[in-house]
Design a binder for this molecule. Sequence first.
Ligand code: V55
Ligand code: FE
Length: 526
Amino acid sequence: MKDVKTEKGIGRRAFLGASAVGTGAIVAGLASPQPAGAQAARPAPQVDFPEDPRAFGGGGAAAGAVNRTEMDLVDCEVEGDWPVDLDGAFYRVGPDPQYPKAPQWVGDIPFDGEGHVSMFRIKDGHVDYRTRYARNQRWKAQREARKSLFGMYRNPPTDDPSVEGLSRGTANTQLFVHHGKLLVYKEDSPPVVMDPLTLETLDDYYTFGGALESETHTAHPKIDPLTGEYIGFGYEASGFLSKDVNVFSANRDGTITWSVTVEAPYAGMMHDFCVTQDYVVLYLTNMVADPDIIAAGGPHFAYDGTVPCYLGVLRRGGDGSDIRWMTGPNLFCTHVMGGWNEGTRITVDMDGGEGNQFPFFPSKHGGFDPQAAIGRIRRFTVDLANPANTYRAETIFPEITGVLSRQDDRYHTLPYRYGFLLATGPGGGWAVIDHQTGTSRVLSVPGYSLSEMCFVPRSKDAPEGDGYLIGIGSSVEDAGRSDLILFDLQSGSDEPRARVRMPFKCVGQVHGFWADASDIAGASQG
Ligand code: V55
Ligand code: FE
């Protein structure tokens, strides 16, 4: 029976070509291509990652496919004009396989690695580096057993029976600092809380004091800068494969003050969302949760190009009965750059392709199309005064291709001027979009391949876009050795202002987050 499952799961996979440009191929250190067929069974106790680079953790540490090293490096080597008044922390997180999978699950996808958090603590011109795994329920059970106990990506029936009832959350996707906590997310589970300075795991299943009504929580919550409110959501909120979507907000203290549950047209991936001053905008992609593929031991999602993506709009603070699901040009969008509303008119900017951007998920019809995966900035507009449940979508800045868009986070919910994304293709780098002038530029570092960046305001109340871009670059010549790269957006130069030369390739990431020291309890003590 298990062999049948494996065969089916793997046979359905699309091939990830070298030219793939989807988000899934871009997340740093995770660019491992396609999982392969089952390896021959190995003796149990050894930690011996499969050699096939397409397998989960394939090649192990020697191939840079896993890192697994928790470490502290005090006073990293800093080069250039590092701004000495910068005081805060740049956090990153990504999947980093804790153990090789049991032989029948070596075809698991990179998104299923255990969350490994890294932090650059920056103060007085000093940069200290620390990394820790999120000690979630899964990590602890596997640590105890000294082996992998969880099967396929978001597929509980594939787990070892000993872990039934434990959270499957890997905390491997994004992090956020709010109400004094470092929250670490995987969208299939509630957040994990870590101490923002020591990175000690404080809560392996954080429910906002028991008030979280969803069994899941997005990796991309938003902040209302006018109130300090935190707005989050969870899909498959009422359990595995449920169509329920819970949307909530919490005040500055982390007390949930609004929570409402709506129903989506189908169960599918809803990775990011947009919050405006008056509305919450959900986005359901046609990466569907297919019960047959799941029952056959495949991953939780499969791409179905025959079903529409939906934009879901509801009023903030309402009871959810006003939810409207809208269709339009079908675009596979994963990340929100920004969005706002003027009365009933809503604008949301997302990056996305015309088709699947995650080649390691199976495709229900046809293969993976690298061309359709190419991301561009898509501007979605809706006027709720119009009774038709349709949105408009146009491509803006068509000269820029890329993924993982974001903004100056202090402009969540508001009209915004600057957006950023990881530009792919020739001349890739960090794209800076200026919506006001309609211009864009790409900051690149010759010989380096860049991960997603984060905007750092020059000071807490600096004007929008006045500050830095920070992120990891991986040296092509130097076997992937990492630099932490800092561009000053106002310097007038296209060169980095400063770099931190790391002595190794840093643990991989999906996303990063900047927190100002004033938001980190205890940061002023050093
Ligand atoms: C994403 C990442 C995930 C996931 C679902 O980037 C979506 C999108 C790292 O895990 O599980
Ligand atoms: Fe994301």
